[in-house]
Ligand binder design. Structure first.
Ligand code: COA
Length: 171
């Protein structure tokens, strides 16, 4: 059996996308057809989990800058924040693990890595929260395990204040 030595690196032209399959067509197609374009246009940074077959992708995520209406936050959180209409945030737009690697902790590994990058980038560009769009109810449960909270008016969009993300790194 081949040993899997995990590493997360920026998506490059040498990575083989064709075989990637996570059980969700939209997320498979994103990696194969959109990810590189979005990289080139500075709409997203895409990182891939590798370590098995050379150049094969076991999982990936994308990160972009975003913002959300402060009034979309739960009232008790919103009232403590500066009174701008839009709160700065970082978006984990896509996150997926190939079916051959699911259920072994790699989804959590990718999520923590993405959050670490966002926290580190925060030394230069502030983000109040990490935002994720969950593709289905299973994904909502996955993100809630890591402390993400649904926006009251959009349950499939969740946020995690960057200030409360640090304890995740201890996991
Ligand atoms: C959702 C997904 C990223 C999870 O990746 P994974 O590697 O299978 O998940 P992990 O093994 O890291 O699981 C981490 C935790 O989340 C839980 N979890 C994972 N998938 C879950 C689901 N669909 N529903 C509920 N909980 C889930 C696990 O039970 C685990 O909890 P534990 O630490 O208490 O045991 C992966 O299944 C996937 O790519 N699915 C298809 C695409 C998708 O739904 N992406 C979500 C972002 S839109």
């Amino acid at each position: 059996m081949q040993t899997f030595v995990p590493g997360i690196e920026p998506l490059g032209s040498h990575h083989v996308r064709a075989a990637f399959s996570c059980g969700n067509d939209t997320l498979d197609r994103y990696l194969k057809e959109q990810a590189s374009q979005e990289e080139r246009r500075n709409f997203a940074r895409v990182f891939v989990l590798v370590g098995g077959k050379p150049q094969a992708i076991a999982g990936y995520y994308s990160i972009s800058s975003t913002g959300f209406a402060r009034e979309d936050l739960p009232g008790e959180i919103a009232k403590k924040l500066p009174r701008y209409d839009v709160a700065p945030a970082a978006l984990i737009g896509r996150l997926a693990v190939d079916t051959g690697y699911q259920g072994q902790g790699w989804g959590g590994y990718l999520l923590i890595d993405a959050i670490k990058r966002i926290v580190n980038a925060g030394g230069n560009v502030a983000a109040y929260a990490v935002v994720v769009d969950a593709i289905d109810d299973g994904a909502v449960s996955f993100y809630r395990k890591y402390g993400f909270i649904s926006f009251p008016s959009m349950p499939s969009r969740l946020f995690l204040p960057v200030a409360s993300a640090r304890p995740l790194f201890a996991k």
